[in-house]
Design a protein around this ligand. Sequence first.
Ligand SMILES: *[C@@H]1O[C@H](CO)[C@@H](O)[C@H](O)[C@H]1NC(C)=O
Length: 300
Amino acid sequence: MASLVSSSSSSIAVCLISLSFVSVAVMAATPRRAIDVPFQKNYVPTWAFDHISYFNGGDEVQLCLDKSTGTGFQSRGSYLFGHFSMHIKMVPGDSAGTVTAFYLSSQNSEHDEIDFEFLGNRTDQPYILQTNVFSGGKGDREQRIYLWFDPTKDYHSYSVLWNMHQIVFFVDDVPIRVFKNSKDLGVKYPFNQPMKIYSSLWNADDWATRGGLEKTDWSRAPFVASYRGFHIDGCEASADAKFCATQGMQWWDQKEFQDLDGPQYRRLQWVRQKYTIYNYCADQSRYPTMPPECHRDRDV
Ligand SMILES: *[C@@H]1O[C@H](CO)[C@@H](O)[C@H](O)[C@H]1NC(C)=O
């Protein structure tokens, strides 16, 4: 990770701008409802500590991106399976060039990763949500959607349900993507490497907005993303553990979480039909033969 960057006191001051919060408790319907806890219970800053501001004893946290640096945080523990959620209010106004990420990542060489990446845009232009799954070092499974709301206006919950059977990406209570365990089809599935949870805000104007055409307008800095929630409902394991002692016994292991139900598949279908921008499964120039998991994940 980037080294600790010290910033001038003036940039600390500009990061402490917004003290008003709209509190909207919207949670996934199916996974167990998360209890909001303070940031420091489960998370620590990763880099640029002075670009993170804490409010109400850590119930709310803001990440600040300015020309000198972005910032990020990570979970204290590593987890094998569970439900991982965060309430985020994205950078408002002109956020073109910025990326806010929320992801799970293993620390070992055969990399597993489950990603939400929110690509900012010019004022009143829509954010893009890009998701990806890496398993056993292989990624290249990007999907991109527009959201059905303005993610800068209120807090929304973004969460990942991960068990032995499936990985589900939720936006509020809507499943927007599923990655099923397709080991029988020869597709590696993350199952034996604990992951940490990360979030960060950084400048990616070389690729993020309209493929890098829109540059970050630094006269609009600082860019601020707001967070609350911070609950982690997972099986904590040491970073090099291969299994979780309670596997099979947790709520997320039970039958009702091993597949989406009919109404959930219909909502997934609704997202696909109305909001999809890009789907690797449908990219024939990149994949002349469709990747094996695509049918099972109902991506096509
Ligand atoms: C930004 O807005 C433009 C124009 O509406 C759109 O084409 C693009 O997909 C939007 N999002 C990003 C991240 O570029």
